[in-house]
Design a binder for this molecule. Structure first.
Ligand code: NOJ
Length: 546
């Protein structure tokens, strides 16, 4: 045996997934859809809502409880939906409000609920609020955005820099003031000190709650509100943790302000007042787990869940991941629930970034996501081990990739269309139609072929999710690290289930395992008994139920 790992205090077991309707999502698995790239119903090379509806059975067969839809609201697509020009209507590329209603209804029939993406930090510069704000200093919506007079010699008002590069300020000649944009200049930041902005978003949330959405994923929710005095960010020093140094400054005044919590608590209050099944999941892109925990409030009054970017950015390495999970388990407020993710539309897909295309590593990564205590969010394609798509410079559609190629190639590779089959068009679109981003060769990896192969990654993912839905230990049981050799990760879930992973290049003996293997990265092991010790092949894992 290897060195013993410190065992954090066990978290209390909860009632099973079906027992408490308010916690319907605790034992469930969510699935992120990037709508432009999921399924194209009308042959324009762009995915749409009817396309998603046509593929719901795939998600039902997978055992998905909820979908997070990246934005489907009206957008000029400077940032592909994350620049919203109308928060209460559907972009014609994707369909209509009726299509969304059909998706919600058809999802319900299959036990799948829908989370929309809410983008409160900024709007599109084409949103009527900003068009009005820009029309003059006395405009009704002027104060809905962050305006400031030039600094000395006409310079930007302070030293804040945009996440997407360059100063975070754009000069508006007509009014002689700058406006703030933490992303593209076509994405002006809203002024969250304004009561009118707060009221407008209360209305937007209610608009969608009324239409039956289950909740929201909230874009950059840690960034919404800025320092009221617009103070300069301090220079980063060598002593600052690397992850807090951003282009020479420490971004403490244009992000992670404490007042963001007031807004999130206000929304939680509205959500709970509505009914207690509604969910708020935040894009909490913070670098410290202690900061992430703050977004859970007291465990009951802020976000229901926050994406864990410390975990997303970790290496697929047993010790590193176990340490993150142990810290989360030890510091999460009582009653709060973790979220685990390996891919999304902003980071290289897990099959590439974590697994380097190796299916054995993909299975281990999926086993981790699906067996930890918490709600996993799979990203479209994770379930088949889809790797990043082939993007040449001429294919780039992401503004950040256009700006920084070849130093940073942007986010298109993780947004390429979903390969449904090896038919022409990959089952994504009509044969012969060019897709908005190139599709990886569907002969290499597609849903239909994997659905027919019991040894595929898809078949493994289905089995793992299926077992989770039948075993309360896996769904909601307490997590406890167990001692195990270097390069392995062994943990107990609930009272009678143990998950053992060998994340190393050589076979490893794991002792202390007794019971029956219910799920294994190697299907041949499923159903076999373990009596004490299991010899795990490199990059493999088993779930043992006692
Ligand atoms: C986070 C989103 O996930 C990303 O795609 C977007 O570019 C930024 N927020 C700005 O909205």
């Amino acid at each position: 045996m290897g060195p013993a790992n410190p065992a954090p205090p066990a978290t209390p077991a909860e009632a099973g997934p079906g027992a408490d309707p308010d916690r319907w999502w605790h034992g469930g698995v969510f699935y992120q859809i990037y709508p432009r790239s999921f399924a194209d119903s009308n042959g324009d090379g762009i995915g749409d809502l009817p396309g998603i509806i046509s593929r719901l059975d795939h998600l039902a067969a997978l055992g998905i409880a909820g979908i997070w839809l990246s934005p489907v609201t009206v957008s000029p697509n400077r940032d592909w939906g994350y620049d919203v020009a109308d928060y209460c209507d559907i972009d014609p590329d994707f369909g209509t409000l009726d299509d969304l209603a059909t998706l919600i209804r058809e999802g319900e029939k299959r036990g799948i609920r829908i989370l929309l993406d809410l983008v409160p930090n900024h709007t599109s510069d084409q949103h009527p609020w900003f068009v009005d704000a820009r029309s003059g200093r006395d405009a009704a919506h002027r104060d809905w955005y962050v305006w400031a007079d030039p600094g000395a010699g006409g310079a930007p008002p302070n030293n804040w820099v945009s996440i997407f590069g360059g100063p975070a300020w754009e000069f508006d000649k007509a009014s002689g003031q700058y406006f703030l944009h933490n992303f593209e200049k076509e994405q002006p930041d809203l002024n969250w000190w304004s009561d009118e902005v707060r009221a407008a978003f209360d209305h937007i949330m209610r608009f969608w709650w009324d239409r039956g959405v289950a909740g929201f994923r909230i874009d950059v929710c840690n960034m919404m509100i800025k320092d009221a005095e617009l103070r300069d960010n301090p220079p980063a020093t060598e002593d600052d943790p690397l992850d807090q140094q951003f282009m020479g400054v420490k971004a403490v005044y244009n992000t992670d302000r404490p007042e963001a919590h007031d807004i999130l608590q206000r929304w939680r209050h509205i959500a709970d007042g509505y009914d207690t099944t509604r969910l708020l999941i935040g894009e909490t892109n913070v670098e410290q787990l202690s900061t992430l925990m703050q977004f859970y409030g007291n465990g009951h009054n802020e976000l229901h869940g926050g994406f864990n970017f410390v975990f997303i950015n970790a290496a697929l390495e047993a010790g590193a991941m176990r340490a993150i999970v142990e810290e989360v388990e030890a510091t999460l407020p009582a009653g709060a629930w973790p979220i685990w993710t390996g891919s999304n539309h902003d980071v290289s897909r897990l099959a590439t970034r974590w697994a380097g295309g190796d299916p054995a590593k993909v299975r281990c990564a999926l086993m981790i996501l699906l067996c930890l205590r918490g709600t996993p969010f799979l990203y479209e394609g994770d379930e088949i081990g889809l790797t990043d798509g082939p993007i040449e410079q001429s294919d780039v559609r992401d503004s950040v990739g256009l700006r920084f190629w070849p130093y940073y190639k942007g986010r298109d590779a993780e947004r390429t269309p979903m390969p449904w089959s090896n038919a022409p068009g990959g089952g994504f679109t009509t044969p012969g139609v060019p897709t908005w981003l190139p599709m990886a060769d569907p002969a290499q990896c597609n849903v239909a072929d994997q659905a027919a192969d019991p040894d595929s990654v898809l078949a493994f993912t289905r089995r793992a999710i299926g077992r989770r839905s039948q075993n309360d230990d896996l769904a909601v049981g307490a997590y406890r690290s167990l001692p195990s050799p270097e390069g392995t990760w062994v943990f107990a879930r609930g009272s009678a289930t143990v998950v053992a992973l060998n994340m190393s290049e050589t076979a490893r003996e794991i002792s202390g395992l007794a019971g029956r293997i219910s799920v294994a990265t190697d299907r041949a092991l499923e159903g076999t008994a373990v009596d004490g010790t299991a010899n795990l092949a490199p990059w493999s894992g088993v779930v043992v139920e006692g």
